[in-house]
Design a protein around this ligand. Structure first.
Ligand SMILES: *Cc1c(COP(=O)(O)O)cnc(C)c1O
Length: 384
């Protein structure tokens, strides 16, 4: 039996949830159940609830229970990637429905609408979701879903979740929040009125840069969550038992990791903000950030481990700094224990709206002095 109780704090739940032990061996952590099929009773009942690997698996069930509790939701569905989770959310809609999606977001959130669902008859409007008037103006009678990412990639735009939830509900639409950057340790959108949360569990949730996954977590069990279950089961983009086990193993240290990453990110952002080779810093924990006061009202315990910095100059100067780092790793992705630096413009190409002099940083759990020292020497190449 799991040692977790509903009244336990999130740190305790992260350590214990989904661990039902093993009555036969006394093993302290869950085993990985690789079976794709489960034996039925002579009367053909399945008292364990497990029938077939795609419909449910003990490791996936443990992960889903844990994610639901951490986000304060009623039920969660795990997917093989964050994109598979976003895809499932769009698949819950039907041709003719309209989606309000963020102009600034993970590029794949918009890409699915533009490249896949456009052909299948979904309509959509991209708006700056931090601008409530723009959101209000984007509703049509067909709007069924509003999608928000906060803080968002790459300039950490902050959207007022409660205000957008009220707008969505007044128009009979659902609000989904991509909570990948904040994690439930620093932001719980369902408590602010969102209807469901999406995670790329590839990032902070698993935290060790060794597994790809995603999830949708619903505030209520209703027709909407039932539709997500159908998409998961019939669509079949489910994570493997080992992937679920790795993600749950990562969750055990989620609270410690994310708090340290946020503490390091704030210190690094403050260092960068004062540096002469820096044009601007985007971090919601800085009072100078345009979303700071809303972030402070809806995030807690910190502002996450992601920041972006625009260096003085253009793409050449940004790439020079990225080329010079020794401790940071030049790589895409985020949320792992090691610090990464990325030139988004190079990844997104010439149509990108990301400033060419922007470097996105995923701050890890290394000692902050080592991180600052490395960035300082890298910025030194831009002798001004
Ligand atoms: C990475 C990411 C995604 C997509 O997740 P994958 O696991 O790569 O499919 C979606 N949203 C955000 C904010 C992300 O960082």
């Amino acid at each position: 039996m799991s040692k977790s109780q509903p009244n336990h704090r999130i740190e305790t739940q992260a350590v214990h949830l989904g661990n039902h032990g093993d009555a036969t061996t006394g093993a302290v952590i869950p085993s990985i159940v690789m079976a794709t099929t489960f034996e039925r009773q002579p009367d053909y009942s399945a008292p364990s609830g497990f029938i077939y690997g795609r419909s449910q698996n003990p490791n996936r069930k443990a992960l889903e229970e844990t994610l639901a509790a951490l986000e304060g939701g009623a039920i969660a569905y795990a997917f093989a990637s964050g994109q598979a989770a976003t895809n499932a959310a769009y698949q819950m809609l039907k041709a003719g429905d309209h989606v309000i999606a963020p102009a600034e977001s993970y590029f794949g959130t918009r890409g699915l609408l533009q490249e896949i669902y456009d052909h299948l008859g979904l309509t959509y409007t991209f708006v700056d979701t931090s601008n409530l008037d723009a959101v209000r103006a984007a509703f049509t009678p067909q709007t069924k879903l509003v999608w928000v990412e906060t803080p968002s990639n790459p300039t950490m735009t902050i959207t007022d979740i409660r205000a957008v939830a009220d707008l969505a509900h007044a128009h009979g639409a659902l609000l989904a929040v991509d909570n990948t950057f904040a994690s439930p340790i620093m932001q719980r959108p369902l408590s602010l009125g969102a209807d469901f949360v999406m995670h790329s569990t590839t990032k902070f949730i698993s935290g060790h840069t060794d597994v790809t996954g995603g999830a949708l977590i619903f505030a209520r069990i209703d027709d909407v969550s039932a539709r997500a279950q159908l998409v998961q089961y019939l669509g079949g983009a489910v994570p493997s038992p080992f992937d679920c086990w790795l993600i749950l193993r990562g969750i055990r240290t989620l609270a410690l990791r994310v708090r340290q990453q946020a503490t390091n990110a704030l210190a690094l952002a403050q260092f960068l903000a004062d540096h002469p080779a820096v044009e601007s810093v985007f971090y919601p924990g800085l009072a100078s950030h345009r979303g700071h006061s809303i972030a402070a009202s809806q995030m807690y315990g910190g502002f996450g481990g992601m920041l972006s910095v625009c260096v003085q100059g253009g793409a050449v100067e940004a790439l020079k700094v990225a080329a010079q780092v020794q401790l940071f790793t030049r790589a895409t992705s985020l949320g792992g224990i090691e610090s990464l630096i990325e030139h988004r413009f190079s990844i997104e190409g010439p149509t990108s709206s990301t400033p060419p002099n922007l470097l996105r940083i995923s701050v890890g759990i290394e000692h902050i002095d080592d991180l600052i020292q490395d960035i300082r020497q890298a910025l030194h190449t831009l002798a001004l």
